[in-house]
Design a protein around this ligand. Structure first.
Ligand SMILES: Nc1ncnc2c1ncn2[C@@H]1O[C@H](COP(=O)(O)OP(=O)(O)OP(=O)(O)O)[C@@H](O)[C@H]1O
Ligand SMILES: CC(=O)N[C@H]1[C@@H]2OC[C@@H](O2)[C@@H](O)[C@@H]1O[C@H](C)C(=O)O
Length: 376
């Protein structure tokens, strides 16, 4: 058993999640008598981005549109990459200090970096962040660039968390068919069938459209609890049109760039009606995931910041008509599940174990991934 730290800076660009797990890379144990509580999931930390840092990252996403080769860093991307590396180093240093842990105690760090461009059909996905610089500053081996090999081999490069979702579900003794939904900036689902059969894909927008709408209209970063959406009325015609997008009928594997859909589609609607329309769109697009399931899940577990949007959760329940629980309610962590996943993925990668599969990213055969940087 070893200790691994996972680092996630997601498409919401709110901050860096840090999580410690203890694992041998293949199994996660369950705390006895617990309600799914998984024992090796340890303490967590968070390093928010300042408003200025968020603005730089938003600009980096725009500037990344010009990238044609993975290594290119046009516009402000060099500056943004330095920020990502420095902020992640600070996040780990603060976490280790808070937990009284020594760097030597950590076997590996799984470093996702910040996705600035994701176009798997064109064979390109870019996560900025300098894994070698991070390893050298921390004095801990770092596994980074976990999506690149999969995309180079013809996969979607996303989602990567399904293998961790399955390990968690197995450790917790949850029965199939089960769906685990992550609502981040983009939403992705893992469907677990009999004998641990996996089917995973991005379902469509998560919080991104709602966040962008709120920022434009109110200057606030999110619709707290979904209260603005709850006060509005969805525009039926616009909603129906949005849901006709071919992405939702496209068979998995499939993944989405954060900015594929735009909140500007809600155009001239009032703040409340626009929020209601985009929230309803997000919920219904997500519920369409069951169209692709071989075995209809009887239970959904929802993680990610979107689990805190009460209106989105209410609409999801309404459309799915099955039992829905938040990850927190089943003893997992809604907020840190992805960071935990990247710790687990780093351990798997270090052992040369597969992290992506034909039914998760569409890659031809199970593949390991990531680049290992050793301190020095
Ligand atoms: N109280 C709340 N009410 C409504 N929405 C919330 C609340 N708290 C968080 N969120 C939403 O959750 C988002 C952050 O979610 P999360 O941290 O899971 O995203 P992420 O890790 O960046 O994304 P991804 O899974 O795409 O990588 C916020 O941007 C916001 O939209
Ligand atoms: C390219 C990229 O960064 N994709 C993210 C994004 O955020 C959610 C969804 O879209 C998912 O596909 C993925 O992240 C999670 C952690 C994953 O790979 O499983």
């Amino acid at each position: 058993m070893g200790l691994a730290i996972g680092l996630m800076s997601g498409t919401s660009m709110d901050g860096i999640d840090v999580a410690l797990i203890e694992t041998d890379g293949t199994s996660l144990r369950v705390r006895s008598g617990g309600n799914g509580h998984v024992e090796p999931l340890g303490p967590t930390g968070y390093r928010p981005y300042s408003e200025a840092e968020r603005a730089l990252l938003r600009q980096a996403l725009a500037d990344a549109e010009a990238i044609t080769e993975r290594a290119e860093r046009p516009g402000c991307l060099g500056e943004a990459e330095a920020l990502i590396t420095r902020a992640h180093a600070e996040a780990v240093e603060a976490f280790l200090a808070a937990e009284g842990l020594d760097a030597d105690a950590i076997e590996v760090v799984g470093f996702h970096g910040q996705t600035v461009l994701h176009r798997p059909a064109e064979g390109i996905t870019v996560q900025i962040g300098d894994g070698q610089a991070l390893a050298s500053r921390l004095g801990i081996p770092v596994v980074y660039d976990l999506r690149a090999a999969d995309v180079a081999a013809g996969g979607q490069g996303a989602p990567l968390v399904p293998v961790f979702h399955r390990a968690l579900a197995e450790a917790s003794g949850f029965e199939a068919p089960l769906a685990i939904l992550n609502i981040g900036g983009v939403a992705n689902v893992t469907l677990i069938g009999d004998e641990g059969r996996l089917l995973a894909f991005d379902t469509g927008p998560g919080n991104a459209l709602i966040d962008d709408w709120m920022r434009d209209r109110t200057g606030r970063a999110l619709d707290d609890g979904g209260r603005t959406a709850a006060r509005g009325r969805p525009d039926g015609a616009l909603l129906a049109w949005l849901l006709m997008h071919p992405f939702f009928v496209q068979k998995p594997p499939k993944s989405l760039d954060r900015n594929w859909f735009s909140h500007r589609l809600a155009g001239q609607l009032s703040t409340e009606d626009g929020a209601a329309t985009l929230t309803a769109f997000t919920a219904q697009a997500t519920a369409r995931a069951v169209d692709h399931a071989r075995e209809t899940p009887t239970r959904w577990i929802v993680a990610g910041g979107g689990a805190r949007n009460g209106e989105l959760m209410r609409l999801l329940k309404h459309h799915l008509r099955v039992e829905i629980a938040t990850a927190d309610a089943v003893g997992w962590s809604s907020a840190f599940l992805e960071a935990q996943a990247f710790a687990y993925l780093a351990v798997l990668a270090l052992a040369g174990e597969p992290i992506t599969f034909p039914t998760t990213t569409g890659v031809e055969r199970p593949m390991t991934g990531g680049v290992l940087a050793r301190p020095g």
